[in-house]
Ligand binder design. Structure first.
Ligand code: PRX
Length: 631
């Protein structure tokens, strides 16, 4: 048996040999002639010259042995639908969708934006894009129109696949008007919109642009669309994520490296086996949904569960009943979801037969020890905290139990996964921190392993500038997270170094929220910080200076103004980004050079010491913040 240490060590000292072996997990049409080209750092090209296809590997190649095995299991507690697609049936649906897209003029390299709720057609659309070599860009269903418009303008999709509505807690959430507004705002509207009608919210079709999925599906019933063989580095998808600046970044993923990385992670990290069932409670709009609802499980011949609904409807036992019914072996969720379950009857954890389940994986935000212990004890299974980012596509830190079942430590996402050379650096001078428990920036030495982002869509310079120049005197990839390492080399993640906050596992830029609030006509200046919250991990809190303070001179007016400002964010960024509170002040704490002292504001909101204030311009500004919080 190889130990974790040997395995990880080899992945770093001999990446070519290591990844050449992992590459055998997938089918290649044309073998690669070079494992890694790192002649132009930090741009890494994996499996150069090899041609492959994600859809072939996720679907077609299983037909010979698993045609009648479950591939996609759809469970919606919103509509009551429950349907299993075998690999054979999934193959047919993906061919139909591919035929539809091709019929609308979509070809290799073209972008398709997918703005969908959690319905099987969303997965068909993703796989169909992969099949024909089109690049998908999935935007979380129900995302506000302004945010959607910026994504349309950046990705310039030829076609958008959408649906009439999502559903939340039994209530339809109409999408079409948001999509129509976004297209109206966009500078590069798509030629066509494929509309999946769920019958939840009647939507008017735009003649000449909108086409009905059901009608087209009937026309393309028997289509057989061959897989387009892509060179390994050709993009598979773009996924937008928040960063320091307001403009969201399009994380660009390759094809071959991603397929290999996911296939390897299914065995080495998630301990899944072909024929078993994987259940990720995420959404396809997020990276976890891309990697571990759609591609990862299917790539290795596992069935994957796609769930539409909340964790507590009809009751807090719903997920465990799914585990029992479909004999789920690996499950993936988020700390926020577990904190929601924690408020439910604990007996629900014991009500179902969970004997099939081996491991529960949690990621996306810090897992606090009480929550981790509560769920581990409650279901009697090991809980594996794992740390990664939209950018990396698969875990950076975890306990890769498929290599060696080392113990977990509560509060720590564990050890660097194979392929990642993870280090901690001093943010001021770039020196490597080797001392245990000393805090610094968590960074990865290049090359990033297969599966990680290749670049920022359409902006190589931004990729280099944003990620590879932020640690002084080093060309290393910054995660923008603080961390420490203990005496056993386990990492602990201590929050972001930049202005990104994490609300219930959703990554949001405080600047994005500030920009949105600033668009209210009465706002002169605004600061947004992330404040610790028991349930959501963090919530956004805003402090605004108004142009006309007379508009908030009574409690009633203040509440009305606060509500109006929240509505602006709802409309532009969506309800997750809505500040929990908007406070009104007449001055914001800044340094003499004009830099907003966000960390001091945040500290005050959390009842902590505001830190070093020697450079503050106007000390009364902090007093105002304090007074505002006290209410
Ligand atoms: O700050 C870290 C936090 O979430 C960020 C990445 O978010 P996102 O791009 O949405 O990708 C999520 C993929 C699971 C990180 O920079 N984060 C993620 N996982 C953890 C975490 N913080 C602490 N512990 C984790 N396990």
């Amino acid at each position: 048996m190889t130990t974790y240490k040997e395995f990880h060590g080899r992945s770093i000292s001999d990446p070519q040999g290591f990844w050449a072996e992992q590459a055998a997990l997938i089918d290649w049409k044309q073998p690669f002639n070079k494992v890694l080209d790192y002649s132009r750092p930090p741009f890494a090209k994996w499996f150069v010259g090899g041609t492959t296809n994600l859809c072939h590997n996720a679907v077609d190649r299983h037909l010979a042995t698993r045609r009648d095995q479950a591939a996609l299991i759809y469970v919606s507690t919103e509509t009551g639908e429950e349907k299993t697609y075998t690999f054979g049936q999934l193959h047919r649906e993906v061919n139909r969708m591919a035929g539809i897209l091709k019929g609308l003029g979509v070809g290799r390299g073209d972008r398709v934006l997918i703005y969908m709720p959690m319905v099987p057609e969303a997965a068909f659309a993703m796989l169909a894009c992969a099949r024909i070599g089109a690049i998908h860009s999935v935007v979380f269903g129900g995302f506000a129109s302004v945010s959607l418009a910026t994504r349309i303008d950046d990705a310039t999709p030829k076609v958008i696949v959408s649906a009439d509505a999502g559903s939340r807690a039994g209530k339809a959430v109409p999408y079409k008007h948001l999509l129509d507004e976004a297209i109206a705002l966009s500078k590069s509207p798509p030629k066509h919109v494929v509309m999946v009608s769920r019958g939840l919210a009647p939507a008017a079709m735009v003649a000449g642009r909108d086409v009905d999925y059901a009608k087209l599906r009937a026309e393309h019933m028997n289509d057989e669309v061959p897989c387009e063989w892509l060179e390994s580095s050709e993009p598979s998808y773009i996924l937008y994520t928040s960063g320091t600046t307001g403009k969201p970044k399009g994380v660009q993923r390759d094809t071959g490296g991603y397929a290999v990385a996911l296939a390897a992670s299914m065995g080495l990290i998630f301990c899944g086996k072909p024929g078993e069932t994987y259940f990720s409670t995420s959404d396809i709009g997020w990276v976890v949904g891309h990697s571990y609802i759609v591609y990862g499980p299917l790539l290795v011949g596992m069935a994957t569960i796609m769930y539409e609904g909340t964790p507590i409807r009809p009751d807090g036992g719903i997920w465990w009943s799914i585990v029992e019914k479909y004999k789920v072996t690996s499950m993936f969720s988020s700390p926020t979801a577990i904190r929601v379950l924690k408020k439910q009857d604990p007996a629900l954890l014991k009500k179902y037969d969970l004997s099939s389940l081996r491991l529960l994986f949690l990621a996306g935000e810090p897992l606090d020890e009480p929550t981790g212990r509560w769920i581990a004890d409650g279901i009697g299974k090991p809980v594996i905290d794992n740390y990664w980012q939209t950018e990396t596509g698969w875990p950076i830190l975890a306990i890769p139990r498929g290599v060696e079942a080392l113990p977990s430590k509560f509060g720590s996402p564990g050890l660097p996964c194979y392929g990642y050379s993870v280090k901690i650096f001093n943010e001021a001078n770039g020196e490597e921190i080797t001392k245990h428990h000393e805090k610094g920036v968590v960074a990865i030495e290049g090359p990033l392993p297969p599966g990680c982002m290749s670049t920022v869509w359409g902006d190589d310079e931004r990729f280099v500038k944003t990620y590879w120049t932020s640690v002084p005197n080093r060309q290393v990839y910054s995660t923008f997270d603080w961390g420490i390492r203990d005496e056993d080399d386990y990492f602990f993640i201590l929050g972001r170094t930049d202005d990104v906050i994490n609300v219930a596992g959703h990554r949001l830029g405080t600047r994005e929220i500030e920009e949105s609030l600033s668009s209210h006509p009465n706002v002169a200046e605004v600061a947004v910080v992330g404040v610790a919250d028991q349930l959501k991990g963090q919530v956004a809190v805003a402090f605004a200076i108004l142009k006309d303070a007379g508009k908030v001179d009574t409690l009633e007016k203040r509440l009305a103004h606060e509500g109006e400002m929240m509505k602006v964010v709802d409309g532009q960024l969506g309800a997750v980004a809505r500040p929990a509170r908007v406070h009104f002040v007449t001055s914001l704490p800044k340094t003499r050079s004009g830099k907003l002292l966000r960390r001091s504001i945040q500290a005050l909101c959390e009842g902590r010491d505001p830190g070093d204030l020697t450079t503050i311009e106007d000390p009364t500004a902090l007093e105002q913040i304090q007074a505002a919080i006290r209410g």
